[in-house]
Design a protein around this ligand. Sequence first.
Ligand SMILES: Cc1cc2nc3c(=O)[nH]c(=O)nc-3n(C[C@H](O)[C@H](O)[C@H](O)COP(=O)(O)O)c2cc1C
Length: 306
Amino acid sequence: MTNKINTQIKIGKLKLKNPVMTASGTFGYGLEFEKFFDLSKLGAIVTKGLSLEPVKGNAPQRIVETPAGMLNAIGLQNIGVKNFISEKLPFLKKYKTPIIVNVYGRRIEEYIEVANILNDTEVEGIELNISCPNVKKGGLQFAADKKAVEKIINGIRKKYKKTIIVKLSPNTGNIEDMAIHCERCGADAVSLINTIIGMAIDIKTRKPILANIFGGLSGPAIKPVALASVFKVARKVKIPVIGIGGIMNYKDALEFLIAGATAVQIGTANFIDPLTCIKVIKGLHDYLKENKIYDINKIIGTIKTE
Ligand SMILES: Cc1cc2nc3c(=O)[nH]c(=O)nc-3n(C[C@H](O)[C@H](O)[C@H](O)COP(=O)(O)O)c2cc1C
């Protein structure tokens, strides 16, 4: 038996050297982190959500710290897909790491247009954000609407040939039903969870702290909810599930893999320690070695419920 550890996993047409990706919106466009570590070490980079045109985002205040987490209401501020392609992508492609663009649309057609533009670039996959809780148009409006989701995925599939991931949230409806629906519509994978709707109030002014009133809760506070969602969904679909929510270290990541996730994304932890992804990659590798598990795929979905 060889001592080489295989950490490679597959998501649709994408082959990742390890299952650790960055979560959208917490890693900028990737380049912001190149001063901290070699981005080639990541399984994949998932960008901030991109729309057709640049978006200014919500008015401040847009972030609040909470016990074991944070609330954000950024409002999907971004430079727009065309600026991303001309200004960021050429530099990102220096690294041997697949780039997945998180796509956000205010209309069904916008998702399709952004995907079509990305089809002709070196971006290897897209993650459709149909589950953002802090924008007035788009986002959650689609998360509960099966017809809209079908139109988005079918519309994209007409031209888009690469990997399509759909990002889900437990904020609306039944996340298992929606995951099954996405699989039927032709999604290559689902990622979950997006942030959970929350709010905070200033007791002096009695006003909501976030200008948007509501924000998305992330960080360790949501990990149990995320883990339960991944466990439930992974039992219902055959496509890969990507686990997201409160992952701070390799042990958290392992829980998600054991629950059935093929890969994980790391979000809020990047703000606390920009090296978290690298530490999780090393931690997973060392765990496999110590336990003589030579292929990471052997751990996926191995939860024992009896
Ligand atoms: C500041 C911030 C911005 C985010 N922006 C996006 C976004 O643009 N698109 C998206 O799909 N998710 C976005 N998210 C959600 C994260 O990708 C992730 O699903 C969520 O934070 C849960 O993971 P975590 O607990 O590891 O942070 C954002 C989260 C935060 C904290």
